[in-house]
Design a protein around this ligand. Sequence first.
Ligand code: NAP
Length: 270
Amino acid sequence: MRAHEGTTGWRPTVLILGGTAEASRLASLVSGRFGERLRVVTSLAGRTREPAPIAGEVRHGGFGGAAGLAAYLRDEAVDLLVDATHPFAAIMSRHARLAAETAAVPRLTLSRSGWQRRSEDRWIEVDSAAAAAAVLPTLGRRVWLTFGDGLEVFQGLSEHWFLVRRVERPREPLPLPDHELILARGPFEEEAELALIRRHAIEVVVSKASGGTATAAKLAAARRAGVPVVMIRRPAPEPGPRVESPDEAVAWIANMLGEEEVRDGGSSEA
Ligand code: NAP
């Protein structure tokens, strides 16, 4: 690994593909543990106008496909790549795998665990947002869409009313016939989610199977309200090593760098 070549004053670089709470947490943990001995860069797609602060360096915007990312890995002398993008960011994850292979950079996927279905849950599992749109007419007309991208597939449902929650006001009007937009940033509480369902007389919830704790309360609220949830399954993950928690990703980084050398700070590469 380039980090172990022993160039005086040079420090290894970790690139985190971010846009998730787990990626930000990892940047914070790694910065705290390794400090100035490690360069930590988090990459954001640039879709959020005001992202929450992230420890270390932050870069914004796409790389220009897998080839662009491979060039970035080489140009920035990246030693380790952690793909901590959202489980539904399938294009970026594929590019990460291809680019890491091309540039011979070790890659880890950090992907939060999925939600477990309970016996009282009324989930209808589908493979895409388009499939979710197709089943909605059988389930109800007042729909809570719990994600904000790829809404075009719901455009043709002129008999439906949609509640959409976003972190930021979208740049373009939502492509939905009849809807209300609310702006809020998680984590969300179960009681508040239940109140939201009742206030808007929600008959069906549509959710991506994102997993994680920050947005799980809506599922508990739907369960209590007896409301069905159309659950869009995750895309197939990329092959390769993967962990579910930022702590495990820190351990992988430490192991790849040779923990003793970096911790002691005595080696020339640290
Ligand atoms: P995507 O469809 O997999 O990727 C589309 C393109 O966006 C990629 O080809 C890449 O452009 C760029 N991109 C994506 N993530 C990037 C990153 N971390 N840094 C730099 N460029 C990135 O991605 P997506 O589903 O639209 O997600 C975009 C971002 O939002 C990701 O950071 C993801 O973690 C976050 N996010 C996604 C969801 C979701 O439901 N999809 C939910 C919450 C957060 P180039 O080809 O030009 O490199």
